[in-house]
Design a binder for this molecule. Structure first.
Ligand code: SER
Length: 414
């Protein structure tokens, strides 16, 4: 990583006294209003479920439903778009429970489909963060693609940030964006906001109090199966800002779970099931995500999307039952599910979500019972080896994670 940071041009100043921080809803309105005033047409958010033929199980980024248009197909609404898209990322599943990771989250996005370029996008980004959201300019830092063995550094973004007086750090992999091994891609520039209690210092790569909020991707290439890059027929810009993380920064919270959006969940769950901080965050994230996934028509299954849903629900149950096996999702207040479905504009009745959750709970409880009986057999009294795991999986349908759950300290043999 090359550090192109300059001393911070703006001395840190206290947070803007311009009034209370925005709610999540107000942050969305400020974002979309800003881009609408600049000629962007709102695109409705799409389902998390991708249409047949899309190799990706879920929508993982705001640009995902716009892929053909970023590749050159004319969009019916024009060349400047703005939107809010629900996304699901399973790569972060193990990290959920910490302060900043969510399984289902929302992404604010703006797009130039062969219209304006890098400089304009970064200038508007800066204007919105500083003027629209009241973030002190001295709390901003950018990262820029520093070049690799195929391409040179992104000098356009670097020049734009220099004009704006924002310090820059160069990286390689962290500043290259693609939505998969093939398809549209390009260098990106990420904007970070300082969240420390002391004046900003260091760089995003060296101090994690710099929190990434907004990614501006210069969509310039298509990557083919053989790994080669060809320039796209039109140059576009795809920006994406994680809504919850932005609001966390604006509301001065340490965790995304402490913003207004999660308040009903975080007020209710710890009391209901006497959960500690990480448990509350995991249970809130997974149940809320499960509700949205079910709301988009997915049912638990042993593979694909349904398996992601199943894992979410089973991780919740594992967490709940570790302390008290009598806990049940039947106690989950319907208002939490209803509020979430409403927030995402989903038509699915809350009672239907509850039914799916309870059905999965019943199935999982049955499986645990069966697993316990099986693992009590003399054959499995000692440490398990790979053959045991295969046998238990192939013959009895017990996945490894479940076996490990039922045997607190499994030790692999041989
Ligand atoms: N596609 C980029 C991202 O998801 C910017 O929207 O980060």
């Amino acid at each position: 990583m090359v550090n192109a940071s300059k001393p911070h041009p703006h001395p840190p100043t206290p947070p803007s006294p311009a009034g209370p921080p925005p709610t999540t809803r107000q942050a969305v309105d400020t974002f979309t209003g800003f881009f609408r005033e600049r000629g962007h047409r709102p695109v409705p958010g799409a389902s998390l479920v991708r249409p047949p033929g899309d190799p990706v199980l879920f929508t993982t980024s705001g640009m995902h439903p716009l892929t053909p248009y970023l590749e050159g197909r004319p969009h019916p609404l024009g060349r400047r778009l703005v939107g809010v898209q629900r996304c699901l990322r399973t790569t972060d599943l193990e990290e959920v429970g910490d302060l900043t990771h969510l399984t289902v989250f929302e992404m604010l996005g703006s797009w130039s489909l062969g219209d304006y370029g890098t400089r304009q996008s970064l200038r508007w980004g800066h204007e919105l963060l500083v003027g629209g959201f009241g973030i002190e300019p001295g709390r901003l830092h950018a990262t820029v693609f520093g070049g690799d063995d195929q391409l040179g550094p992104d000098t356009e973004s670097l020049a734009a940030w220099h004009e704006l007086g924002v310090p820059v750090e160069f990286t390689r992999e962290d500043n290259w964006w693609s939505n998969g091994p093939t398809g549209p891609c390009g260098p990106d520039s990420e904007i970070f906001v300082w969240t420390g209690d002391v004046p900003p210092h260091g760089t995003p790569g060296s101090d994690d109090r710099w929190v990434e909020v907004w990614n501006h991707v210069m969509m310039r290439y298509h990557r083919s199966e053989d790994g080669s890059l060809r320039p796209l027929p039109q140059r576009g810009v795809d920006t994406g800002m994680g809504l919850e993380r932005l609001v966390m920064v604006l509301q001065g919270r340490r965790s995304v779970f402490d913003i207004d959006l999660f308040e009903p969940w975080m007020r209710t769950l710890p009391e209901l099931w006497r959960l500690d901080g990480p448990q509350s965050r995991l249970v809130a994230d997974h149940l809320r995500s499960a509700a949205v996934v079910i709301g988009d028509g997915v049912l638990p299954a042993s593979n694909g999307r349904g398996y992601v849903l199943r894992r979410l629900v089973r991780r919740v149950l594992t967490t709940l039952w570790r302390d008290d096996p009598a806990r049940t999702l039947g106690d989950l207040p319907e208002s939490l599910v209803a509020g979430t479905l409403d927030h995402f504009g989903q038509q699915c009745p809350p009672a239907a979500v509850r039914e799916v959750l309870l059905d999965e709970e019943c199935r999982f409880a049955g499986m645990l019972d069966r697993g316990r009986r099986l693992l009590a057999r003399p054959r499995f009294s000692g440490p398990l080896d790979e053959e045991d795991y295969h046998y238990l999986h192939d013959t009895h349908g017990l996945p490894r994670e479940l076996i490990d759950l039922l045997r607190p300290e499994p030790v692999a043999r041989g």
